[in-house]
Write a new protein. Sequence first.
Length: 381
Amino acid sequence: MQKPPDILAVIMFLGAVHGLFLALALLAIRRGNRIGNRILAVMLFLFSMNILLHTFVHAKYSFDIPYLANIQPLLLKIFEPLAYFYVMAFAFGPLIYLYASALTVNQFRFTRRKSDHFLPSIVCFVIVTPFYFLSSKARPDNLDTLGAIVTWLIIIHVALYIFATINLLRNHMRNIKNSFSSIEKINLKWLRFLIVSFLATWMVALFSELYGSEIKPWNQPWILVSIFMYMIGYKGLSQPEIFTGGDKPVVEGLSSKKYEKSTLTDIKAEEYLQKLHRIMKVKKLYCRSDLTLRGVAKELSISHHHLSQVINQKLKQNFYEFVNRQRIEEAKRMVTSPTHAMAGLSEIAYEVGFNSVTSFNSAFKKFTNMTPSQFRKRAGT
């Protein structure tokens, strides 16, 4: 009786094939962030190869199809020498970190120094490769132990890079808030999705290594990776701007070290601060939904670096907080004003510069500890 194909093997195999085609598609894209797309393509290629090796070699899955019965042992014999390819998993961590850098760092370039991130992968590849080309009799008895050690090193190595990538994203968000008054259109959901997917896969892999005594528990992380690649393909079709979008917005860093060589004196900083408060009050620049640090600096005819320093050091705020606090103060006046008694809260939100009611509600609650409707109700208007 013919044995039906294992559904998990099918999912993993198709996920690997999908990943390989997606990698080729990313390499063919000529617009957008080409460096980022190439890094992602390499990552998908390595994922796909590891899935294939797990499916065909380690898990020993095969399809009981009569006319393939004679060549199945040959297929396994062909794939088995390639099993050492799994040590390239050392590249997973650096790839996600460099991909995140390509999406967030201004004028990102892949330099020789960045290639140092792949040294552990290259070293392990060189050390482990010879063992897999030995015959089964010539292989040392402690080869399984060596494999377990390498697996644990990979898990630890990937974990370090995941947390480094999370820190990179956190710093990027902080820098964005130092440059823009509205961040709704600066979409980081794609990058968050990648990081969360990586973290979930790593946690499942850790669990599999801790509690799995066989290869089969490793089906779960590779199933997750297969699903992960299906979702990348879906997002690429539904949101093509992810791979073909324009340049990254220019952001200003937020760091005390950045001001160490600043030529801005304390007297000048106070002067700029007064000018800033005056122009914001008179012109109500905060009502512009697209207001940026550079835009305000241009209005003041001063360096945007000096303006950033004034807001960060004198007000202990970033640009995003500074502008949105003033927007909320203006909204509070409008909510309690008789002339706006009939105005809807959404109308007020857009009038004071917010791009969405959701961001308005969040900012209002942050600065007043109550929602706009609660504030209006308490004010009795």
